[in-house]
Design a protein around this ligand. Structure first.
Ligand SMILES: *Cc1c(COP(=O)(O)O)cnc(C)c1O
Length: 712
């Protein structure tokens, strides 16, 4: 429980210390009410906010604004949340209580003020922690603390992406140092052939769930290693393997040092797969059994989730790097170099094959899954060579489709509407379809007005951002015209994602004349908001981004196509909550799941997407729009042309007419019907509570009971 405290400043500090506030907008509003300007200056970071305002100032402002009772109420709610014992997890996951799930991930996306994520994978991990907390599932997150995070994106006048890395000050984050049994700061260590790597450990509290983060910036490490955990996905493969050594082996050792013996190891993507090896080593030592037996035992309680069918997304290391970094460890396991390499090779006899982290994870986990049905199909095909004796459909990779943490992504205005129309306790029952049936009772006008308000809020946000960009680039003309950019009465399409080439963000620009006609139509125009980062070393992605940025110089597009820099949690929140249509057109079947569209649904936007990932499961003909019919062509160029045609045709014939068809009160009645159909048919399925429950019922509980039988 959070310590009782008297001053308002202390109570706010207690609220800021637990990331529970990230999904309780009423806490964020306390800060924005206290000092909106300061809130912006500190980049939405409550700890930094409280470091810059004195207790006296808080008292004074709170008295003026009558905030006492709201602060006290929020503080009480947090404590009630932390003390609650009647949770889903307590009722259903009793046998996990003393042996929690250790959830490893290279990134965690929890809020924009904690830049330890780059995109979808991290946000998913953050949502997994938050729902585990809400459900009361005993889970501990393990990751790395990147003190420069991912980069800040700045485009130059030619639309070329530049990257800036900014050190953030650890003192401005709600991190608590983790101590060992003797009360000294905990340091974990991994030996390599050339020396050793060390890390200290920090804890972030995410509701009821702790997140432990390893940080290599400690004395005793070489200068190079002190920077090892500076940047997310920043280095070459040497940096990469050292980061993964720290995450996997270091992470598992943190748990041991804290006397935590996990009932389940869950590896979110292959980056952390070395954790399996450390767990095997521990079991060998503890039970005095040989490698092969310990390996079989650990596999019983290991869960592995793979996240991408794109080959570059699976880390592979050459034998030399593996031997250099895991040589001493391999000797402890009693394995020869070849036997060790075989753990990460599809074909153990192939001496030329690299060591693949995904292979290591797949070979050593009893439970493996993709993140949508179609992704699991592709994964079974992709990894079939690991099970040569079986038909492809018996390759043991199932699927649990991703979902999003609803309270993190739902706009407060929409939340209010749900609270009055669905049921006051709807957030605890959101996996039940009948809760969402009540969406139909919401008044059309009320829903539309809420949506329009959110759209206006988005437009103001975009203008503010574009003004900053124009000022930075010294573009007076653009700065003066900011208020003419975008219009809330125009059909607004959002398209934001990583600029990987397979995501084809420029598809909608592929027929410029056709697009120009749609954009400048006198009666039924459209406007588009783009955002997204390209990987710093992906020049092809950067060129695609540049093509989009340069299209604004076309006068026809100027006020109606915009690019918002630095796509992150904050930009995503504004976009997803305010657009009419969310466009997603990756090359099928390369989108593993996609989750941004799920966030859009909750807020009343409609998906317009290729039938890939989750949309292939969610689309029913009446709850959004599809690009094409789920076909694929071997030649990506042919597929590109076809999908572009589908995209334009659906816009011209279906989406635009529907949006602009208004009834006597100015409401697009048939559009609103579709908004409701989307919320009602998708909300209960594609949320993270449903996802985490699936993991618990299908993987965590069976895995944990397998271990208890085994150890008996
Ligand atoms: C949700 C989210 C993602 C993942 O969405 P995709 O549909 O996979 O593109 C990526 N980045 C941010 C900031 C998000 O909020």
């Amino acid at each position: 429980m959070t310590k009782p405290s008297n001053s308002l400043h202390e109570r706010l500090r207690a609220l800021a210390q637990n990331l529970w506030w990230t999904w309780h907008p009423e806490v964020i509003h306390l800060f924005t009410d206290l000092d909106p300007l300061l809130w912006r200056q500190v980049d939405h970071n409550p700890t930094a906010f409280l470091n810059r305002i004195t207790p006296e100032q808080v008292e004074e402002r709170a008295a003026e604004l009558v905030l006492h009772s709201r602060i006290n109420y929020a503080f009480r709610r947090l404590n009630e949340y932390l003390e609650k014992t009647q949770t889903w997890g307590n009722i259903h996951c009793g046998n996990l209580c003393n042996r929690p799930i250790a959830y490893f991930s290279a990134e965690f996306g929890l809020h924009e003020s904690l830049p330890i994520y780059s995109g979808g994978l991290g946000i998913l991990a953050g949502d997994h922690l938050k729902s585990s907390s809400d459900l009361g599932i005993p889970l501990i997150g393990i990751g790395l603390l990147y003190d420069q995070g991912y980069f800040t994106q700045l485009l130059n006048r030619d639309g070329w992406q530049g990257e800036e890395y900014v050190d953030f000050d650890i003192g401005q984050l709600p991190l608590q140092p983790v101590s060992d049994a003797s009360g000294k700061p905990l340091i974990v260590r991994a030996d390599t052939r050339g020396g050793f790597l060390q890390a200290r450990v920090w804890k972030l509290q995410v509701g009821r769930v702790p997140l432990l983060l390893l940080d290599s910036n400690v004395e005793g490490n070489s200068g190079e290693d002190r920077e090892l955990t500076s940047r997310l996905y920043g280095g070459n493969e040497r940096v990469r393997i050292r980061q993964e050594l720290l995450l996997g082996i270091g992470g598992a050792r943190v748990l041991q040092a804290l006397n935590i013996f996990p009932g389940v190891l869950h590896l979110n993507e292959g980056h952390s797969a070395f954790a399996i090896l450390e767990e095997i080593r521990r079991v060998m030592e503890y039970d005095q059994i040989p490698f092969h037996r310990a390996r079989r035992r650990v596999a019983l309680y290991t869960v592995f989730t793979t996240h991408t069918p794109v080959p570059a997304g699976h880390d592979r290391f050459p034998a030399g790097l593996i031997e250099e970094h895991l040589g001493p460890f391999r000797e402890k396991l009693g394995l020869s170099h070849d036997d060790f390499m075989a753990l990460g090779r599809v074909n153990p006899g192939d001496k030329g094959e690299l060591f693949c982290m995904t292979v290591l994870a797949l070979k050593n986990s009893r439970h493996a899954n993709g993140v949508s049905a179609i992704h699991a199909d592709v994964s079974r095909l992709m990894w079939h060579p690991l099970w040569p004796g079986r038909p492809e459909w018996e390759v043991p990779i199932g699927h649990i489709t991703n979902g999003v943490h609803v309270l993190s992504w739902l706009a407060p205005q929409m939340h209010q509407l749900f609270e009055t129309r669905l049921a006051y306790d709807w957030p605890t029952r959101m996996v039940h379809p009948d809760v969402w049936d009540k969406i139909l009772d919401i008044d059309d006008g009320e829903l539309w007005e809420t949506h329009q308000n959110l759209k206006m809020r988005l437009i103001r946000f975009v203008r503010r951002r574009l003004l900053q960009t124009a000022q930075r680039l010294g573009d007076q003309e653009a700065a003066q015209q900011i208020d003419q950019i975008l219009d809330p009465d125009i059909l607004t399409i959002g398209c934001a994602r990583r600029f990987a080439t397979y995501k084809r963000a420029d598809l909608i620009l592929s027929q410029p004349e056709r697009l120009a006609k749609l954009i400048s139509d006198a009666n039924r125009p459209i406007q588009i908001i783009f955002a997204g980062k390209a990987h710093p070393r992906d020049d092809e992605g950067k060129r695609m981004l540049q093509r989009i940025a340069q299209s604004f110089t076309n006068p026809a597009f100027r006020k109606r196509i915009v690019f918002v820099e630095n796509y992150d949690y904050n930009v995503a929140r504004h976009l997803l909550q305010g657009v009419d249509v969310w466009l997603n057109n990756p090359r099928r079947p390369l989108e593993a799941c996609g989750t941004s569209g799920q966030k859009v649904v909750l807020n009343g936007g409609l998906n317009f997407s290729v039938l890939d990932g989750w949309w292939n499961e969610g689309y029913d003909g009446a709850n959004g729009f599809a690009i094409g019919h789920g076909g694929m062509h071997n030649d990506p160029n042919v597929q590109y042309q076809r999908d572009a045609d589908y995209l334009y045709e659906t816009l011209e014939k279906e989406i635009i007419p529907l949006y602009y068809e208004r009834n006597a009160t100015g409401i697009p009645h048939r559009w609103v019907v579709r908004m409701k159909a989307a919320m009602r048919s998708l909300g209960w399925r594609f949320n993270a509570d449903r996802m985490v429950k699936d993991y618990a019922e299908r993987f965590y509980l069976p895995a944990a009971s397998a271990t208890s039988v085994e150890t008996r």
